[in-house]
Design a protein around this ligand. Structure first.
Ligand SMILES: Nc1ncnc2c1ncn2[C@@H]1O[C@H](COP(=O)(O)OP(=O)(O)OP(=O)(O)O)[C@@H](O)[C@H]1O
Ligand SMILES: [Mg+2]
Length: 248
C-alpha cells in the first residue's frame, strides 16, 4: 500500500532520515520504533506530506532549508511531492504527536469540527463509530476537551482523524504520556480499528513493549537509519531489542 524508498531528509546540513526504506501492506499494522530524535516524526511528516508544508514555511521565513529525496509510493504512484491535503483525499491521514484538540469545545463539538468537510450523514456515521471504538468517550460527550485526561484526549484526537475516513492511518506516538493501563486500552482500540474497519495503520513509538504484540511487522530506527526489521514476534525475541527497550 505504501512504500518508502531510500528517503533522505535534511534540515539544513543535518540528516534526519538517512536512506530509510520501509513497506506497509494493506490491512497491516506496522510499527516504527525509535528513541527521542530518531526520526519518527520526520518519517510521519514525509508520509503525510506535512514536510512539504514545513519546507514552504521555512522558505518564506528565510529559515533553514529542508531537502527531501527518495520516493513515497502509495498504491503504485509516487506521492513524495503531493500536498498533504491531496494525500488526505487519497486516504492518508496523520494523527500528529500531541495532536491538537479544541480545549474549549466539548467532545461532540470537536468531532463535528473534524467532520466539517464531510457530508452530515457520513460524519454522523463515523462519529458513532468513534464512540463504539472508544467507549470511555460516550459519557464525556458534553465535557470540554480541555478537561479530559491525557488518555481520553488521545482517544479524541484519534477519533478526530478517523472522521476523515483514512485508508492509511499514521499515528505518531499515540501512547506518549499515558499510564501503562491506558496504553494497553489504546493498543486494544487500535487493533479493533484495523480488525473492524480494515484501516491500514503505521504507528511510531518509543515504547516497544506495548506495541510489539500488536504489530505485524516493525522497523527500528536510530539516528534516521534503519537498524533492524522483522515481524512483531521476531523483534520481541531479539536480544538487542530486549536490551534497548525492555531493560533486560
Ligand atoms: N524543523 C526542524 N528543523 C531542524 N531540525 C529538525 C527539525 N525537525 C526535526 N529535526 C531534527 O531531526 C531529527 C529527527 O527528529 P524527529 O522529530 O523526527 O525525531 P523523533 O523520533 O520524532 O523524536 P521524538 O521521540 O522526540 O518525537 C532530530 O535530530 C531533530 O532535532
Ligand atoms: Mg516525534
Amino acid at each position: 500500500m505504501l512504500e518508502a524508498k531510500n528517503i533522505m531528509v535534511f534540515f539544513e546540513n543535518a540528516l534526519a532520515l538517512n536512506d530509510f526504506s520501509m513497506e506497509i501492506k494493506r490491512g497491516e499494522i506496522v510499527g516504527v520504533i525509535g528513541s527521542n530524535s530518531a526520526g519518527k516524526t520526520t518519517l510521519m511528516n514525509t508520509a503525510s506530506g506535512l514536510i512539504i508544508d514545513m519546507k514552504i514555511k521555512e522558505q518564506r521565513r528565510g529559515g533553514g532549508r529542508i531537502t527531501v529525496y527518495g520516493e513515497m509510493i502509495f498504491n503504485g504512484e509516487d506521492i513524495i511531492n503531493t500536498q498533504p491535503y491531496d494525500r488526505v483525499k487519497q486516504g492518508i491521514v496523520l494523527c500528529r504527536e500531541r495532536h491538537p484538540i479544541f480545549p474549549e469545545s466539548d467532545v461532540e463539538e470537536n468531532l463535528k469540527i473534524a467532520g466539517y468537510l464531510r457530508k452530515r450523514s457520513e460524519a454522523r456515521e463515523t462519529t458513532d463509530h468513534v464512540f463504539s471504538l472508544f467507549p470511555p468517550l460516550v459519557n464525556l460527550k458534553k465535557r470540554k476537551a480541555g478537561f479530559l485526561s491525557g488518555g481520553e484526549q488521545q482517544m479524541l484526537a484519534i477519533g478526530m482523524t478517523l472522521i476523515a475516513q483514512p485508508r492509511l492511518l499514521l499515528l505518531d506516538e499515540p501512547l506518549l504520556g499515558l499510564s501503562p493501563y491506558l496504553q494497553l486500552r489504546l493498543v486494544e482500540a487500535i487493533e479493533k480499528l484495523r480488525d473492524e474497519s480494515g484501516i491500514t495503520i503505521l504507528i511510531c513509538e518509543q515504547f516497544a513493549r506495548p506495541i510489539l504484540p500488536m504489530i505485524d511487522r516493525g522497523y527500528v530506527i536510530e539516528n534516521g537509519m534503519l537498524t533492524l526489521s522483522g515481524t512483531g514476534s521476531e523483534l520481541m525475541g531479539n536480544p538487542e531489542i530486549k536490551a534497548a527497550y525492555f531493560g533486560f
